[in-house]
Write a protein that binds this ligand. Structure first.
Ligand code: ZN
Length: 268
């Protein structure tokens, strides 16, 4: 009789433990994938879809839809011009406010973000991000992702490369509304250098979180550092070198080795 009571107690504890584990697994799954799920569920949401691959908040007046569409077209053309061709077909999601934005993805205080996952690419945009520079920047992220695939992109590409490359079609940095040269980034970084401040090393910008680890001054310098490096590298290797890098990474080669090797070959 005593043995039965013990067994029942043990069974009860195991049941509680299983339930607790189940709740933890569900919570982790929800936190990790809920935003993704909301992206997939867009066709069943109140967001309007007046154009292919575009969803617009019901709070945004329909009279603005053609303007948004035109911006997307222009941004796509800018990215196409830079790469020589485009492969990505990201879905654009225009939100009316921060609450809608946070629903679809993690917010670093940026006016737009790209939600990359193996089943699709979603670019989530705030009203502040509805401009050609921001859209081109995010479409560039989608383009690199589409060419490399999820696994290679996540495993190999440091944030400084991805962000620096996106800046090549985003004319906000260093400013002036035009495509920038390497010298422009250098000049702006020198202007921004406070007495005693040291340059940010690329090894300190491996994750996107590193760009936002401190204040806005750090974020600004981090983006300029990434732009400075990519403009320097691309001056040497051109887009041909970029495509070569992508092919090598897809073939399983190591990013840093290939990055340096392509530049060395271009300088010969
Ligand atoms: Zn970016």
């Amino acid at each position: 009789m005593k043995k039965n009571i013990l067994s029942l107690g043990l069974l009860f504890r195991l049941l509680l433990l299983s339930l607790a584990l189940g709740v933890v697994v569900l919570l982790v799954f929800y936190v990790s994938f809920s935003r993704l799920f909301y992206c997939y569920a867009l066709p069943y949401s109140s967001f309007r879809t007046p154009y292919a691959d575009t969803y617009i908040s019901p709070k945004i007046p329909p009279s603005l839809h053609p303007l948004l569409f035109k911006m997307v077209q222009t941004a796509r053309k800018r990215v196409h011009h830079f790469w020589g061709s485009t492969k990505a077909r990201p879905v654009l999601v225009f939100c009316a406010d921060e609450a809608e934005f946070a629903y679809f993805g993690r917010n670093y205080g940026t006016p737009a973000m790209v939600n990359l996952n193996p089943l699709g690419t979603y670019i989530i945009v705030l009203p502040d991000g509805a401009n050609i520079d921001v859209l081109s920047h995010e479409i560039s992220h989608a383009e690199l992702y589409s060419r490399l695939g999820w696994y290679t992109k996540m495993r190999q590409i440091p944030a400084w490369f991805d962000e620096g490359l996106a800046l090549m079609v985003d004319y906000r940095y260093p400013g002036g509304g035009k495509a920038h040269q390497h010298a422009d980034y250098r000049k702006k970084l020198l202007e921004l250098g406070l007495p005693g401040s040291r340059p940010i090393g690329l090894s300190e910008l491996r994750q996107i979180e590193d760009f936002f680890a401190r204040d806005t001054y750090h974020t600004h310098r981090a983006y300029l550092t990434a732009g400075q490096e990519l403009s320097r590298w691309l001056d040497q290797v051109k887009v041909k070198g970029l495509l070569q890098l992508i092919d090598s990474l897809k073939a399983g080669k190591d990013f840093m080795q290939v990055y340096a090797h392509i530049e060395k070959m271009a300088l010969k």
